[in-house]
Design a protein around this ligand. Structure first.
Ligand code: SOE
Length: 375
């Protein structure tokens, strides 16, 4: 019999739904020594929260996160909140001995991120930051091919995360456009994914050089659209990087790529092969190999749905594709396994902090116009 682990979910909007789905699906598809119990959902809008809890099967609700941490019928705290709310909750949760599953980006500032790492490591809990794209089977396969030496020495990383939701000047000044709630723009929100994948697949980054731009400096206020206020974060960030292994990389993040709703891609070029991945076709990995006979060389289109592909065997027969939400199920499966076995879950808070250190160096570079070392 698998052991129950009781989950408290903080947040019930986009990420709250994605996480709820993951907690409710995971035991149906993965054989784990533990199973999650959807114990309590927490939020401030009582009516919306009640509807959410009912729809997703959360046993109860709370409107104060501090109350959640006092409860001894909660083992895991899942933070599906905007980043300005991560640090305080995560630190208190760790101090209360709860394991913490946290949305990305890890925190607002490096100081917050370090305090989260310190609190989590001091208390010995399992901590995880949800860079879910690592867990797409095709991305796992990319890592395997790199580890097997099939790409050779990596020379180039080319990553882009392109969205378009800010092109309309009438789009309101929401929380993602204010420093107090978002800290930065796509450099934090989107390049965090991009940098996490690069760290995971290519390795550490030593220096960055970055350019940011805010195309539309004022937008209508959410609460009073007749008035406008200043956009406090960048609309686009273009960063170049030196990797410790000698490779060079480019990281593009924008909310102004018209026609691109949520396009996340990377390309890796090495001495023996190359890889390319596209979230919009996330089950596939393009693989080019110099080992192929010259007359038959070209990018191969690998469909990562075979039983040998990590996570794929938990879903459907080969060839039956999976989607965005499945990456969250993989994340909670890994996290629950780590809690059950006492092992670390990766990426953890320390990994999330390294991402922030690189992004912050990028913002410093953009402000100074200079290339910056990543401490
Ligand atoms: C931003 O629009 C966003 O929702 C990110 O915050 C997510 O992390 C990304 O996966 C999709 O886009």
């Amino acid at each position: 019999m698998s052991r129950p682990l009781r989950i408290a979910l903080l947040g019930h909007r986009f990420m709250g739904r994605a996480h709820s789905n993951a907690w409710s699906q995971v035991s149906r598809f993965f054989d784990l020594p533990v199973h999650p119990v959807l114990q309590v959902a927490c939020g401030r809008d009582v009516q919306a929260l009640q509807e959410f809890a009912h729809r997703w099967g959360w046993a109860g609700i709370e409107t104060d996160w501090r109350r959640v941490l006092e409860r001894d019928d909660v083992d895991i705290v899942d933070i599906a909140l905007p980043q300005h709310l991560h640090a305080e909750v995560a630190i208190a949760a760790a101090q209360a001995g709860k394991h913490v599953f946290c949305e990305k980006p890890l925190a607002m500032t490096l100081g917050e991120g370090r305090a989260m790492v310190d609190a989590a490591e001091a208390s010995g809990i399992v901590h995880y930051v949800n860079h879910n794209y690592r867990l797409a089977p095709a991305v796992v396969l990319a890592r395997q091919l790199i580890d097997e030496g099939r790409i050779g020495e990596i020379r180039h990383w080319r990553g882009a995360y392109q969205q378009s939701w800010l092109v309309d000047p009438a789009f309101p000044l929401n929380w993602k456009l204010r420093q107090a709630t978002a800290y930065a723009g796509p450099q934090w929100d989107l390049n965090s994914h991009n940098v996490d994948l690069a760290l995971h697949l290519v390795g550490d980054i030593t220096h960055v050089s970055c350019l940011t731009r805010t195309f539309i400096p004022e937008r209508p206020l959410e609460e009073d659209p007749a008035r406008s206020g200043p956009v406090e974060v960048e609309d686009a960030a273009l960063m170049m990087a030196d990797f410790a292994c000698g490779a060079v990389g480019s990281f593009e993040a924008t909310r102004f790529a018209l026609g691109r709703r949520n396009r996340h891609t990377f390309e890796i070029y090495g001495s023996k092969g190359a890889l390319s991945w596209d979230l919009e076709d996330m089950n596939r990995l393009q693989f080019f190999s110099e080992d192929d006979p010259p007359q038959a060389r070209g990018f191969r289109n690998l469909l990562a749905t075979e039983r040998i592909h990590r996570y794929a065997k938990n879903w459907w027969p080969p060839g039956h594709i999976i989607g965005y939400e499945h990456t969250f199920v993989h994340a909670v499966a890994d996290f629950l396994t780590a809690v059950a076995t006492g092992g670390p879950a990766r990426p953890d808070f320390r990994d999330g902090l390294r991402v922030l250190e690189i992004l912050e160096a990028g913002l410093r570079s953009a402000a100074s116009g200079r290339k910056c070392a990543v401490p």
